[in-house]
Design a protein around this ligand. Structure first.
Ligand code: THG
Length: 365
């Protein structure tokens, strides 16, 4: 593929200078912002992530701030997940659906208080939907995109690196909880979360001006930990079964299709509830599955690859990559549940040519 033309519409981040200095090799575009995806090779970045610590510019995980007396009511309308027990220092993975039960986004919600949340969004224009819901229901909530840019610190040495910059307090942050910790006189929200299964933190950098001093401080403190710049890694993500909105699911899928049924509460009262109740009754149409693609390392999956069961299409592969650790091509695909394909071989019409695939019952560990 040719290069992407830079322009003002394609937003830089507070960390872009550091990312460039670290020798970024590839970007993708996410929420109209640059998202670095590769620094060495995909495989080398993945191996490094699994044994050391990386700093990721994930500023493109933009925050939608919802603030006002009706914030709790708004959040409850937006997601089928029950938020009634969510604490003021907690983050929740929250699928969001439209009135038909179709997935609009799969953000992380960060609760400040009953009248203030951040919605840390995946790649879709969720803010417009949120504003529409506020208008339609006549809610007293202010919706904005603040200047808040997440910087992730991921990998097995993340605790050690973070403790050097933010103090020993970081070690006691529990999974999907946060603490407010100070850096150069500013208080930043630091959560134990992130888009990898290697462990780590996300720092919500409030105010772009301090972005580069934080970036530099992390690299200065972590030299002997072999800290490097990184980004969400396709190999690690597919091995771990972390879903990518727009790739693995769209508004044509319900949370049940995506294996996110455990986040659909039967107590909650949200937009799309009756649609999802009907789906729950009759069963999901699709199932998102780990799929092994046999044969040589496969090229990138930049369009849906039809999955054939005999002469009929039974699904599609939406993410695929060679995994050096699994020693096979690992993939994620949506397969029609009515078809008895689970144990048998399937054919995948990749745009690199046809391949045999096997549906697996678990992701690669
Ligand atoms: N961090 C933050 N914002 C984000 C992402 C993130 N916004 C965009 C995108 N990533 C949203 N999607 C996901 C998908 C999975 C997870 C987080 C965000 C995730 N899942 C865990 C899992 O599947 O094991 C935990 C889910 C749970 O049990 O709560 O972490 O990464 N700020």
């Amino acid at each position: 593929m040719a290069l992407i033309s830079p322009s003002r519409r394609l937003r830089r981040t507070p960390f872009s200078d550091g990312v460039e200095r670290a020798g970024v090799k590839a970007y993708t575009v996410y929420n109209r912002m640059l998202l670095p995806t590769m620094f060495d090779s995909m495989a080398a970045d993945c191996a490094h992530l699994k044994s050391h610590v990386q700093v990721w510019d994930v500023a493109c995980e933009r925050q939608i701030s919802v603030k006002g007396p009706d914030a709790n009511r708004l959040m409850a309308l937006l997601t089928p997940r029950d938020l009634s027990k969510m604490a003021d220092d907690q983050c929740y993975y929250v699928p969001m659906v439209d009135q038909y039960g179709g997935m609009l986004n799969d953000p992380v919600a960060v609760k400040h208080s009953d009248d203030h949340y951040w919605i840390s969004i995946a790649d879709s224009d969720l803010r417009l939907w949120v504003k529409g819901v506020v208008a339609g229901f006549g809610l007293d909530v202010d919706v904005s995109e603040p200047d808040v840019s997440p910087l992730a610190v991921q990998g097995p040495k993340a605790d050690d690196l973070m403790a050097r910059v933010f103090g020993e307090d970081v070690r006691s942050i529990r999974f999907f909880r946060y603490k407010r910790l100070s850096f150069q006189g500013k208080t930043l929200l630091v959560a134990r979360s992130g888009f990898s299964k290697q462990g780590g933190f996300e720092i919500y950098v409030d105010g772009g001006e301090i972005g580069m001093s934080l970036w530099d401080a992390l690299f200065a403190a972590g030299a002997d930990l072999n800290v490097r710049a990184g980004g969400p890694n396709l190999i690690e993500r597919v091995e771990s079964g972390l879903l990518s909105y727009g790739n693995d699911m769209t508004d044509q899928n319900t949370p049940f299709d995506c294996g996110l049924g455990k986040f659909v509460s039967s107590n909650a009262d949200y937009i799309g509830r009756s649609a999802l109740e009907r789906v729950a009754e009759r069963g999901a149409e699709f199932a998102l599955c780990p799929i092994e693609i046999l044969g040589e390392p496969i090229g990138v999956c930049d369009r849906a690859w039809p999955i054939m069961g005999g002469s009929s299409k039974v699904g599609q592969v939406t993410s695929a990559v060679w995994s050096p650790d699994a020693n096979c091509n690992v993939a994620i695909g949506m397969v029609r549940t009515g078809d008895a394909v689970a144990s048998s071989n399937i054919e995948i019409n990749t745009h690199h040519g046809p391949r045999i695939g096997q549906i697996r019952d678990a992701f690669w560990k």
